[in-house]
Design a protein around this ligand. Structure first.
Ligand code: ATP
Length: 377
């Protein structure tokens, strides 16, 4: 945890409905710019916990501090103006245009009209809704994915430092959902925000989270990075929760840095940092999943043309079998090659060691070794 004061600080938070304990003794700190994902099975208390942060729900016990101030000392409507909120149902106002929907909060806050208009245009453009086409449309004229983007633009419009998102992609089909998630990750604006996101989708949690808070029955089962939850589960519930998706989660979590010790170096190469391979390179902080996607997309070179009168087919294939697709891995200086290396390492710079050639078989073999080693109790 960084030295600076947490943006959100939760201590001993509990909420009951009758005898039903929905949130039980939850505590966590959230640093500026961090994305925390609240994950867990249906009914485990994710939404209730999220809503205590902006006082849509009042807890029975415990405290929530936002920017160092107990939220009970702030008027709910003032508190909420500083916290963007996006829900699955989007909640756009049907009688207002897209631009008017986005402008609601900045107008309430009394921002000058010209500033609001510029900001709205900027956000719509960044969220792939060109204002010339969409600003004057009404919510009913948009697809679900487009409405979701307007919802996000609206939450960002007043530039709040904190954004709460409750299953923001939940109503979308899987393909739209994956696309919007990617856009969401690439949105520079959001990277600087402190984000709390509710989902029950494990893959989504692993894609978006800096840390995950896994709940069951209102209790925290584990709070940690995706890597920690996957490879150092705190209890059987955590282990079982990720069991069915182990392989895909590991592919998304392990990076090529983790695999480096298990990938053979190309010692025969005359490669130097000033003559790096012209094509097909990948940086060592890419995930195994990303490397697989790049490798699978590479064309397999065709065998050399066979001249039937001179060669038998076997002889021709033996001479020119068509090498498997290959990538050159650029190791990053100063990055640990061990399993402790962060999946969110900075992009690699120029290599300082011999390059490493990656093929599908070498990648999968190294992945198998690292995966086995990390899962050993
Ligand atoms: N106002 C309420 N009155 C009584 N019980 C409630 C109320 N709101 C929520 N609950 C109960 O509290 C539990 C937690 O609800 P919550 O919506 O926080 O769970 P969740 O983890 O977000 O679930 P989901 O993923 O299904 O949305 C559920 O069992 C729910 O039925």
């Amino acid at each position: 945890m960084p030295d600076s004061q947490p943006v959100i600080r939760v201590r001993g938070l509990s909420k009951h409905y009758g005898t039903h304990a929905v949130v039980q003794d939850v505590s966590f700190d959230l640093a500026a710019g961090e994305t925390l994902v609240l994950l867990g099975p249906s009914g485990c208390g994710k939404t209730t916990l999220l809503k205590t942060l902006n006082r849509l729900i009042e807890p029975d016990a415990g405290t929530v501090e936002v920017q160092g101030q107990d939220v009970r000392n702030q008027r709910p409507e003032v508190l909420r103006r500083g916290i963007g909120y996006v829900i699955q149902q989007v909640g756009l106002l049907p009688h207002l245009t897209v631009a008017e929907n986005v402008a609601v909060v900045p107008k309430l806050l009394g921002h000058p009209a010209a500033e609001v208009a510029t900001r709205t245009e900027e956000l719509l453009t960044r969220l792939h809704l060109p204002p010339t086409r969409y600003a004057g449309q009404y919510p009913r004229q948009l697809s679900g994915g487009q409405q979701q983007r307007v919802g996000l633009a609206r939450a960002l419009a007043a530039n709040p430092p904190i954004i709460l998102l409750d299953e923001p992609f939940g109503a979308l089909d899987p393909i739209t959902r994956a696309g919007i998630r990617r856009e969401f990750q690439e949105l520079e604006e959001l990277r600087q925000k402190t984000v709390v996101l509710v989902t029950h989708d494990v893959q989504e949690a692993f894609e978006l989270a800096d840390r995950i808070l896994l709940l069951d029955g209102g209790r925290v089962q584990q709070l940690g990075t995706p890597r920690e939850l996957l490879f150092q589960p705190a209890n059987d519930f955590v282990r079982r929760f990720f069991e069915a998706e182990q392989l895909t989660l590991q592919l998304r979590t392990l990076t090529l840095n983790d695999l480096l010790p298990y990938l053979a170096k190309d010692t025969d190469s005359n490669y130097t940092s000033s003559s790096k391979p012209a094509a097909n390179t990948i940086q060592s902080n890419a995930t195994v999943q990303q490397a697989l996607e790049v490798l699978s997309a590479l064309p397999t070179p065709a065998p050399a043309p066979v001249v039937a009168s001179q060669y038998s087919t076997e002889a021709a294939l033996a001479e020119a079998p068509g090498t498997p697709p290959e990538l050159w891995l650029l190791p990053a200086p100063g990055l640990s090659a061990g399993p402790a290396a962060s999946a969110t390492s900075q992009p690699a710079a120029l290599p300082t060691t011999a390059p490493v050639s990656l093929t599908l078989p070498s990648l999968m073999a190294a992945f198998g070794q690292v995966s086995q080693r990390l899962q050993r109790p």
